[in-house]
Design a protein around this ligand. Structure first.
Ligand code: FAD
Length: 470
């Protein structure tokens, strides 16, 4: 009997432990995607990106003579129906580690088993599953450097190429169409723009990794923080949707280390930051939506005056680096890592707005949204997380701009106002935004919304008060 491959965040054929297991058994595979409540609730850009990724996977599967079945509703019920229709007696999937996914998968597993259907989950999304890395005393890690030291010399799985052939069915189950599922969402006015910046699929991911290895890995240390340089791998959305395995990035990093490339160790470390985020969230799932440090519940976050938060979201704070970065986010669904740290610090510290508001906005706008990396990133910046940046380290957006965008190219790329002939990138923002935002490229550059020194002093005072009271 065939085996159902329940597709979630593993939109690839290479290094796919589920497909390897099915192929090893010599059984036919039925690839299935279920658009259930959990998927429907994704942020706007992430949902759109998932739809694009599934499209690309469908084409790859077609190349192998395999059909992709798209269905909707409750996953367990969907599998009951599909097992009856195809004669499948097993459902396999690749594990996810965030609390909502674990809850869903546990239910589905129990339900399938109760009906006598084999249910099996596999590793593959991470290099090291969260429970396989432990401190010497047996607990979870809370600090990155010891985590890094614990894993950097570990053996990892071997790479496996995409299978040349897989057994399929003579008659594929009836599938819904992409239009039926509707991956669009309120942000969709921007979808056409997002599409200009977003290449999808496994083949693209592998090509980007190879280009990065040839062109940028050696100089990664010097260039990765230069905002305009585009010197990082740009693979985060491919990793988020499983179009490339972390194993591939790790092996490129390790091969670079063996060749003595200066940037290779730092690149390996970044891959491990992703592992660390998943490790943290697996062991303290509440950190997705709550302060990792409970004493932070007493911090005196502000509501923000009037449309302060909206100005931050719209890239209308008056600070060039913040505004350029927020527009890059809205236009492309991504933002440079350094810029993510600076805009997050501005919101949490200068504006004193709760990090959860920023994390929610990122959740809606990022095509590379990952529940663990997003929560860790925000709590790291805010100061409420484990191994967080010290609160007194408040990024000054102007100093950051001078240091990391000395040429001004990044800000010019994303800010149209004041430029005689703004580049298409900056104009794209105005095409992408909702009409209700009422912004135009012809308007004047807005005034700065706050005084940096006063904002910094207010934040430090609030932090002192928190420390004294806890
Ligand atoms: P590269 O420099 O090429 O690094 C390779 C890979 O390592 C990345 O693709 C990514 O998977 C991983 N990585 C690198 N830096 C980090 C990091 N600091 N934390 C975790 N993984 C990392 N990343 C996401 O994938 N999804 C998110 O939702 C997300 N939210 C963030 C929120 C905030 C506030 C901050 C500060 C960071 C966030 N990051 C998130 C991490 C980081 O900004 C992106 O992974 C990075 O910008 C991706 O660019 P790249 O692929 O070119 O990275």
């Amino acid at each position: 009997p065939p085996i159902i491959w329940w597709i979630r965040r593993d939109l690839r054929l290479a290094d796919n432990t589920v497909l390897e297991a099915i192929a090893a058994k010599g059984r036919a595979v039925v690839p299935v995607y279920v658009f259930d409540e959990h998927e429907r609730a994704l942020g706007a850009a992430a949902k759109w990106r998932l739809g694009q990724g599934l499209h690309a996977l469908q084409q790859r599967l077609q190349g192998l003579g395999l059909g992709l079945t798209l269905t909707t509703g409750d996953a367990l019920q969907a599998f009951q129906k599909l097992c009856a229709e195809t004669g499948a007696d097993a459902v396999y999937w690749s594990r996810l580690y965030d609390p909502e996914a674990i809850e869903r998968d546990t239910k589905v597993k129990a339900g399938l088993k109760a009906q006598g259907v084999e249910a099996r989950s596999y590793a593959g999304r991470m290099l090291f599953e969260p429970w396989t890395v432990e401190t010497k005393t047996g607990g979870a890690f809370k600090v990155f450097t010891p985590f890094w030291k614990a894993v950097r010399g570990r053996e990892v799985a071997s790479l496996t190429d995409a299978p040349r052939s897989l057994r399929g069915l003579d008659h594929w189950p009836r599938s819904l169409t992409f239009e039926d599922l509707d991956f669009s969402s309120p942000m969709n006015r921007g979808a056409a723009v997002l599409a200009r910046y977003c290449e999808v699929g496994e083949e693209v991911a592998l090509r980007k990794l190879s280009d990065f290895c040839d062109q940028s890995l050696a100089s990664y240390n010097e260039s990765r923080n230069i905002l305009a340089a585009q010197a990082t791998s740009d693979l985060s959305d491919h990793l988020a949707w499983g179009e490339v395995s972390p194993l591939r990035l790790w092996s490129v990093g390790q091969a670079g280390l063996a060749r003595g490339l200066a940037g290779a160790e730092q690149f390996c470390k970044e891959v491990i930051w992703r592992e660390f985020a998943t490790h943290l969230v697996y062991h303290t799932p509440q950190m997705i939506s709550q302060n990792w440090r409970p004493d932070w519940d007493a911090f005196s976050w502000q509501d923000g005056q009037g449309d302060d938060v909206l100005r931050w979201q719209q890239g209308q704070t008056g600070f060039d680096l913040i505004d350029a970065a927020m527009r890059e986010l809205y236009t492309t669904g991504k933002m440079h890592n350094r810029a993510r740290m600076v805009v997050a610090s501005f919101l949490c510290k200068h504006m004193m707005i709760n990090w959860k508001i920023g994390a929610d906005w990122f959740r809606d706008c990022l095509v590379d949204w990952d529940p663990a990396s997003n929560a860790m990133g925000w709590q790291w910046v805010a100061g409420s997380g484990p191994d967080a940046a010290p609160f007194f380290r408040i990024f000054n957006p102007e100093t950051q701009r001078k240091t990391y965008d000395g040429s001004g190219n990044y800000c010019r790329r994303w800010l149209a106002e004041g430029q005689e002939a703004p580049p298409q990138t900056a104009l794209d923002f105005f095409e992408a935004i909702p009409r209700r935002w009422c912004l135009s490229a012809q308007q004047q550059r807005c005034q700065t919304m706050l005084d940096l020194a006063a904002g910094r002093a207010r934040a430090l005072e609030a932090y002192q008060a928190l420390r004294q009271n806890s």
